[in-house]
Design a protein around this ligand. Structure first.
Ligand code: RB5
Length: 168
């Protein structure tokens, strides 16, 4: 197993696409939320994945509606550095400087798959409010950078060490 992945119902469709992509690249993925459940709650999913990533010292991908809820929860686990990221530059810098070990993504940020959802009553304003959904190809690029970029270490290791010390 190279990587853990999990989603709540808000990210389930995107998780399926990502799993297929990773498996097509020969990357073994352990799916910690294999069943679609409209009643699931992101804290349970994020806590489970964060525990596995921290224990196994591997990386993980968490997906909910926005990625934000997953990051908020996952960062409560010691040793987890999670962030909801939308651009290649953010992912690159988060790996180089922050040794990001959990990439959080949003199913709502995905173009096409969510067009119907985004136009529904609850979400009618999101596009007007500046949501710029990524194409699946853009999401794949984020994942490639997350997996292929190493940690720069040096002063950044000192800073991560301080987080560990301050919050131990
Ligand atoms: C589910 O629709 C959505 O609320 C959830 O995935 C998460 O993004 C919550 O903040």
């Amino acid at each position: 197993m190279n990587l853990f992945i999990a989603s709540d119902h808000g990210g389930f469709h995107l998780k399926k696409e990502i799993k297929e992509y990773l498996e097509s690249k020969g990357i073994m993925v352990e799916d910690l939320s294999p069943t679609f459940d409209t009643k699931d709650d992101y804290p349970d999913v994020a806590h489970l994945l964060a525990g596995n990533v921290a224990k196994e010292k591997k990386r993980g991908i968490l997906i909910c509606g926005t990625g934000i809820a997953m990051a908020i929860t996952a960062n409560k686990t010691k040793g987890i550095r999670a962030a909801p990221l939308l651009t290649r530059a953010q992912v690159l810098l988060a790996r180089l400087h922050n040794d990001l070990n959990v990439l959080c993504l949003g199913g709502l940020n995905l173009k096409n798959i969510n067009t119907r959802r985004l136009k529904s009553k609850d979400y009618k304003n999101l596009l007007d409010l500046g949501l710029k959904p990524n194409k699946l190809k853009d999401v794949k690029d984020l994942i490639d950078i997350f997996l292929e970029t190493g940690f720069e270490g040096g002063r950044h290791r000192r800073r991560i060490g301080k987080i560990e010390k301050l919050y131990s």
